[in-house]
Design a protein around this ligand. Sequence first.
Ligand code: GLN
Length: 549
Amino acid sequence: MEPDSVKYIFVTGGVTSSLGKGIVASSLGMLLQSRGYSVTIQKLDPYLNVDPGTLNPYEHGECYVTEDGAETDLDLGHYERFLNHPTSQGNSVTTGRIYQTVIEKERRGDYLGKTVQIIPHITNEIKRRIKLLGNSGEFDIVITEIGGTVGDIESLPFIESVRQMTWDLGEKNSMVIHLTLIPYLAASGELKTKPTQHSVRSLMESGIRADVLVTRTEYHLPKDVKEKLALFCNVKKGNVIESIDADSIYEVPLLLHDQKFDEVVLRTLDLPYDKAPELDSWINFVDKFKNPAHQIEIALVGKYVSLQDSYKSIAEALVHAGASTDTGVKIRWVYSGDITPENVDSMLSGVDGILIAPGFGDRGIDGKITAANYVRRNKIPTFGICLGMQIMVIEFARNVLGLKDADTLEINSHTTNPVINLMEAQKNITSKGGTMRLGNWKCQIKKDSKAFEIYKKETIQERHRHRYEFNNDYLDDFEKNNFEAVGKNPDTGLVEIMEYKEQPFYLGVQFHPEYRSTVVSPHPLFVSFVEAALNQKQNKKIHATGKKG
Ligand code: GLN
């Protein structure tokens, strides 16, 4: 697509935060894609962190990682899961990143002695970052989601940049979708439009007129409420779209499509909309997800379970794998800090598989090791991701190899058996932002392995986010005891996949397969894990009843 003909859609939010702009943007992207357009989605975040990599998951949910190693907001995960297309560094921009670029330029003398100001220097940098995606030639449509809520001090430069860009591009080349909340007052039984009116007014004070309103609501909006909203918010009559609370995020695009949301958008952008969207496989996925033939329970053992958004991509990858195997996956969220040798049996009783989560720092580590020991001894399908794999290694070293003080140097710098070591390349790094081993790295898989059976190829690429690694000095001991490194980085020998040969599924990976799982393309490791858990459950039944059922 020639840069001049790229269309830009801006998604803003009003009334409250957490309305799900990311899901609405992803849903729209998916619908436009299903009509044959190539689409990408970008997130502008108004905080001063240069990227979300340094944010505590308790505060902001999971940190998502792109193929090219950007540490991003979790919304990028939704974009990829809905669009089945990788995002990149350019899709995630924070205020911190914008200021960093402008200040570096100022220090280099690029501004030739001019006074550097929010307008035009910061806004120009924001506009440059938005246009970068459009200029790539890859996309017909760029959707830019503006984080935060209209009226916040911190999003003002973003909003001003949107104003300038829409003015520059003109009507049919750009548009603004504003997402708000229509609260329901139970006492009077009314849906209230006033907060939305105020929010649209606040947008107008910044010089931006919304083309389409998407309203989050618990109840369907009657026709007269929609008309009132259109009249007082100055949008066309058909351009008020309700986004009613749905059972699952994956139903949102279908609900929006039923109201012709994608058609309204294409009409506003003067793009053809005669090609009907191809939604059959999506509808089929939603149907399988909602009405699965089988049901399993997986324990997700981690330390951030009180905010489930911390494990967003893992939970969604289980949904995708479940739908593709006709299996409903219930997650039992288990806080690893609560697990002790005395209670592990009751905390994990009845689960069909466990997933040992990624993480950092020492809290909850003992509980994870206890859990790994319990599931290995009880032959429960186990999947360890990043720190999860490292935990499986430590447990095995302690209880099978007899290395009682085996540990990771992340937790215990004095251990005489550092089975998990700091990577060589990490030893002199002190700065925290963007300095881990990030993004896609190659992994070579041994042919005679479960991993090869799963991937069906020898060389794969997966995304990473870690500083520590398996210590290859111990590999012989592990392999003599059937815990094998079946996947390694071909250039460095770094262990990527560990697999315990004595069980159907006891597998740990140093990378993060969850980032690559999408609705259209569920991740094969998650699919295989779900299948193993389902087998486990069915075998248990056979043992209990003496027959399959
Ligand atoms: N803390 C571990 C490391 O840095 C694991 C990281 C993770 O689980 N993402 O290697």
